[in-house]
Design a protein around this ligand. Structure first.
Ligand code: NAP
Ligand code: GCO
Length: 262
C-alpha cells in the first residue's frame, strides 16, 4: 500500500517551546497529519496547562520540561523520550526569544542570552536527537528561522544574528547528515500574531501599520498558516528537500513594497 506523501501516522514529533504560539500551532498540524506529539517547554506549569489544552482539542500530547540550552538536561530528556515513548522521527526546533534593544544599549548578557536560546539551543537539540537519527539512518529536523534570517531591522541585532546563524546551521546539518537520510530544513515565518509580537502589533502602533502595508497579503500571519509547511517538511513529500528555508511570510520577502498611491 503506498504511503501518503503527507501522512505522519506512526511518526513521533518533538516540538520545543510548544505550549503556545507558533510551536503549539505546528504541533497541532503535525498531530492532524497523524503524528504522536511530544512537546517541551522550560516551564512545567505551562506544560501542564498546554497538555490540557491539546487534550481539549483531541490531541494526546506528551510533555517534557527542560531548558533547550542545558545540554545535560536535553540529553536526559531525549534519552527518556526514546525509552518511554519511542524513536523521535521529527524534531522541530521552535523554542526562542527576542530582545528588542538598540545595539549601543544592548548589554553583552542580553546578546548572549538570545544567541544561547535561539542558536545554541537548536544546536544542542539537533546534536542530541541527531545522534539517534543517525543510528536509525532516518529523520526530519525543522529549524524555525525568521525573516531576520535574511534581512535586518533596527533593535533586533542579536535575534537576527541568531536566526541568520540558524539558517546556516540548517544548511550545514543538511550537508553533514544527508548520508544518513536525515533531511534538515527551516521554516521562516514572516510576522505572526503571537505573544512574542504582541508589543509591536497593537492597533495604532506604527510597526503594526508598517507590517500591514509592507506585506502583500496585507495582514499578520496567523499561527495556523504555518501548519502546512510543517507537515510538508516533516513528511515523505520532502524526502529530497534539504537545507531549504521555506518562508511563510505573506510575500513580504518577495517585494520592495509599493508606493502609498499604488
Ligand atoms: P513565543 O510565544 O515567545 O514562544 C516561544 C516558546 O519558546 C515559549 O513556549 C517559551 O517558553 C519557549 N522557550 C523559550 N526559551 C526556552 C528554553 N530555553 N527552553 C525551552 N523552551 C523555551 O514565540 P512565538 O511567536 O510562538 O515564536 C516561536 C518561534 O518562532 C521562535 O523561535 C521565534 O523566534 C520564531 N518566530 C516567530 C515569529 C513571530 O512573528 N511570532 C516570526 C518568525 C519566527 P516560555 O513561554 O515558558 O518562556
Ligand atoms: C520583530 C519581530 C520579528 C518576528 C519575526 C519576523 O521584532 O521584528 O518580533 O522578529 O518575530 O522574527 O520573521
Amino acid at each position: 500500500m503506498s504511503v501518503s506523501l503527507f501522512d505522519l501516522t506512526g511518526k513521533r514529533a518533538l516540538i520545543t517551546g510548544a505550549t503556545h504560539g507558533l510551536g503549539m500551532s505546528m504541533a497541532t498540524g503535525l498531530a492532524k497529519a497523524g503524528a504522536q506529539i511530544i512537546i517541551n517547554d522550560i516551564s512545567q506549569e505551562k506544560l501542564d496547562n498546554a497538555i490540557a489544552e491539546y487534550k481539549s482539542n483531541g490531541i494526546d500530547a506528551l510533555g517534557y520540561q527542560f531548558d533547550v540550552t542545558d545540554e545535560n538536561a536535553a540529553i536526559d530528556a531525549v534519552s527518556k523520550i526514546e525509552r518511554e515513548v519511542g524513536p523521535i522521527d521529527i524534531l522541530v526546533n521552535n523554542a526562542g526569544i527576542i530582545k528588542r534593544i538598540p545595539v549601543l544599549e544592548m548589554e553583552v548578557a542580553d546578546w548572549e542570552q538570545v544567541i544561547k536560546i535561539d542558536l545554541t539551543g537548536p544546536f544542542i537539540m539537533s546534536k542530541t536527537v541527531g545522534k539517534y537519527m543517525v543510528k536509525r539512518r532516518a529523520g526530519k529536523i525543522i529549524n524555525i528561522c525568521s525573516m531576520m534570517s535574511e534581512v535586518g531591522r533596527a533593535t533586533v541585532s542579536a535575534y537576527a544574528a541568531a536566526k541568520g546563524g540558524l539558517k546556516m546551521l540548517t544548511k550545514n546539518l543538511a550537508t553533514e547528515w544527508a548520508q544518513f537520510n536525515i533531511q534538515v530544513n527551516g521554516i521562516g515565518p514572516g510576522y505572526f500574531a503571537t505573544t512574542q509580537t504582541a508589543p509591536i502589533r497593537v492597533d495604532g502602533h506604527p510597526f503594526n501599520d508598517f507590517i500591514i502595508s509592507r506585506t502583500p497579503a496585507a495582514r499578520w500571519g496567523e499561527p495556523e498558516d504555518l501548519q502546512g509547511a510543517a507537515i510538508f517538511l516533516a513528511a515523505k513529500a520532502s524526502d529530497f528537500v534539504s537545507g531549504h528555508i521555506l518562508y511563510v511570510d505573506g510575500g513580504i520577502l518577495a517585494t520592495l513594497g509599493k508606493a502609498s498611491n499604488e
